[in-house]
Design a protein around this ligand. Structure first.
Ligand SMILES: Nc1nc2c(ncn2[C@@H]2O[C@H](COP(=O)(O)OP(=O)(O)O)[C@@H](O)[C@H]2O)c(=O)[nH]1
Ligand SMILES: [Mg+2]
Length: 629
């Protein structure tokens, strides 16, 4: 795989609904070009692209894989992405490395949710795109109908090349020069046609449709030739200073960390010293190779426009740019989707907390759309991602690769406690039998506050000597960590120390601290305490036909719809609020309510009082837990 340059390299990301045949298409392309001698089967784990142990077990792709195909002196670097929506993060990375995306469509299924999602991902990333209708060998396939459906769904940029007049007209629209040629001559030469089509694809004005069967091989070479002819080339400077963008990180069982990089300027050679301006570290390129599935190929240089694997980079992660120290180039990082589903986990082996976090860090290097959080208030470890499949695979890898087995446990909510009324109480700590005594006595008024915690003193006459006041405040602050209702953090409380008494020998800081905590417990309980729960703000994107069921579901989650914005191109953006306690499974529920067409983001908005009936249950559960412990 040597001797290619930007004119003879194409980078194409394969997208599309799971099962449309992306992985099989790559085997078909390798078979058609003589690299392999028989077509692999995804189900048997014999394809070039799905080589990972988990992929073979599951029978579908979960990682982006690079499969270069050499045909007619051109190298096409295909990036095979997983079709499952949980792995949307993989698609983001692949689109950053490719000049265009091929969206595969199963001819027997037509437009599917994954087809729409792929289109939207391309649109969002301004990625030039084309369709490959695959599986045309199947019975009862109507390709014309599929094309008509694609056009109905995605608009007039979608054209088949059989309809030569329509394509020529579309090309004429690409720019004025082409328009003039078409007007004067009435047709294009092959060269003008391809160049015009390529420009049309590049600008997003034309989205051609090709057809093939990965299974029988029919049309596969033709698709490869079309990609060579019309897919845009990388617009890069091969003689510029070296710059590379890391779009994916793999943790290989034998080779360790592998960074997949797109060379965006100049040339890379093994041993070269580069600089990571994000982490501000020197990075020496050690081993450098081409990948085809899991197979490595020799790579003495990698030129701008090509994709290369870099072994064991020390300070570089997905989304980082490598350049020279005196040539600061930092390309935009990859926009990974925010987690929508969280799960609480505990290691089976109680002492494995450190191993868990170091193992999960490695998984996050491979998949930056995963997150690991420690909730200090609930003392739970949470993992987050896009869906159940992604999280389940992460946990099975954690066990297989890093030896940490975990259990998924019910998630706890970080409830808070506060007061709605006022109180005026005495806290007295007195222990004066035998040995040295203890004496502290405080009078404190409690009331609601805008701030987390407010403390002041209005003492006079030395009822409590000044040196003990900080101990009183400290005692109260410690109590704020664990409220009297359900052991939650307390907030928005004002305390005024206004009276008390002391003993010349037995009073000390500790005694006043204890007195303050006695006052706190009494004071909170007498000041109309209540539980607060986190309320989340939701933005839910729903196609029109599902708006009714999504709106109808929200009240069952104690949710409220705040507003609705119609979206250009169809669908509604619902603005809603709901308690976090009702949203643990929302990613799963929304997917099933909308056949995976809906999506949402959520963020913490505020704390709000828990309705009395719910509060009672939470308090009882807490009491039961305390009794158990
Ligand atoms: N009949 C037929 N089956 C195909 C074709 N291409 C792929 N398949 C089958 O469709 C299934 C899903 O293929 P796969 O390559 O894993 O799809 P991916 O999820 O898009 O990567 C597998 O059982 C393939 O054997 C084709 O052209 N014709
Ligand atoms: Mg696949």
């Amino acid at each position: 795989m040597k001797g290619y340059n930007k004119e003879t390299i194409r980078n194409v990301a394969l997208l599309g609904h799971g099962g449309s045949g992306k992985t099989t298409f790559l085997d078909a392309a390798l078979l058609a070009t003589g690299v392999i001698s028989r077509l692999g089967k995804v189900e048997d784990g014999t394809t070039v692209s799905d080589y990972d142990k988990t992929e073979i077990e599951k029978g579908y792709s979960i990682n982006t894989t690079i499969v270069p195909v050499e045909f007619n002196k051109v190298k096409i670097n295909f990036l095979d992405t997983p079709g499952f929506f949980d792995f949307a993060g993989e698609v983001q990375g692949a689109l950053r490395a490719a000049e265009a995306a091929a969206i595969l469509v199963d001819a027997s299924s037509g437009v599917q949710v994954g087809t729409e999602k792929a289109w939207l991902a391309c649109k969002k990333n301004n990625a030039p795109r084309f369709f490959i209708i695959n599986k045309i060998d199947k019975d009862n396939v109507n390709v014309d109908q599929v094309v008509a459906d694609l056009q109905a769904k995605f608009g007039t940029s979608v054209v088949t090349l059989d309809d030569r007049d329509a394509v020529s007209e579309a090309i004429a629209e690409v720019d004025e020069e082409l328009m003039e040629i078409y007007f004067d001559a009435g047709e294009f030469t092959d060269e003008q046609f391809n160049a015009g089509l390529s420009k049309g694809i590049q600008q997003g004005d034309i989205c051609p449709v090709f057809t093939c069967s990965a299974l029988t091989g029919e049309g596969v070479k033709e698709v490869l030739q079309k990609i060579i002819d019309v897919v845009p080339k990388a617009d890069v400077d091969e003689n510029g200073r070296p710059v590379a963008f890391v779009f994916k990180t793999l943790a290989d069982a034998f080779l360790g960390k592998i960074s997949l990089a797109k060379v965006v300027s100049g040339k890379l050679t093994p041993g070269m010293s580069l600089y990571n301006h994000t982490t501000e570290k020197d990075e020496k390129l050690g081993s450098m190779f081409f990948l085809r599935g899991k197979t490595q190929g020799e790579c003495p240089t990698a030129v701008a426009g090509d994709i290369v694997a870099l072994g064991k980079l020390q300070f570089t992660k997905t989304g980082d740019t490598l350049s020279e120290k005196n040539n600061e180039v930092v390309l935009d990082p990859i926009a990974f989707p925010q987690p929508t589903l969280y799960q609480a986990i505990v290691p089976v082996d109680k002492g494995a907390d450190d191993k868990l976090s170091s193992g999960f860090q490695k998984l996050m290097e491979e998949d930056p759309s995963l997150v690991l959080q420690r909730n200090k208030e609930t003392r739970q470890t949470l993992i987050g991602g896009q869906g159940e499949i992604q999280l389940a695979i992460a946990l099975s890898k954690l066990k297989d690769k890093y030896g940490v087995a975990v259990n998924v446990v019910p998630q706890k909510i970080a409830y808070r406690e506060t007061i709605k009324g006022t109180s005026d109480v005495q806290g007295k700590h007195k222990k004066q039998t035998g040995g040295s005594g203890q004496y502290g006595d405080v009078h404190i008024r409690f009331s609601p506050s805008e701030q987390e915690f407010e403390f002041s003193e209005e003492l006079f006459g030395g009822s409590v000597p000044k040196q003990y006041v900080p101990a009183v405040e400290k005692g109260l602050l410690e109590c704020m960590e664990k409220g009297p209702l359900a052991g939650c953090k307390v907030q928005n409380v004002k305390a005024v120390l206004y009276d008390g008494s002391y003993h010349p020998v037995d009073s000390n800081e500790n005694a006043f601290k204890t007195a303050a905590s006695l006052a706190f417990k009494k004071g909170i309980v007498e000041a109309k305490p209540c539980l607060l729960e986190p309320i989340m703000k939701l933005n839910i994107l729903v196609p029109d036909e599902y708006v009714g069921s999504v709106m109808g579901d929200l009240p069952t989650r104690r949710g409220v719809v705040m507003g609705m914005d119609p979206q250009i191109g169809g669908g509604q953006l619902l603005h809603a609020e709901a308690p976090q306690a009702e949203l643990f499974d929302y990613a799963i529920a929304l997917r099933s309510m909308t056949q995976a067409r809906g999506s949402f983001t959520m963020e913490f908005d505020r704390y709000q009082e828990v309705p009395a009936a719910n509060a009672q249950k939470i308090i009882e559960a807490h009491k039961a837990e305390e009794a158990d412990a």
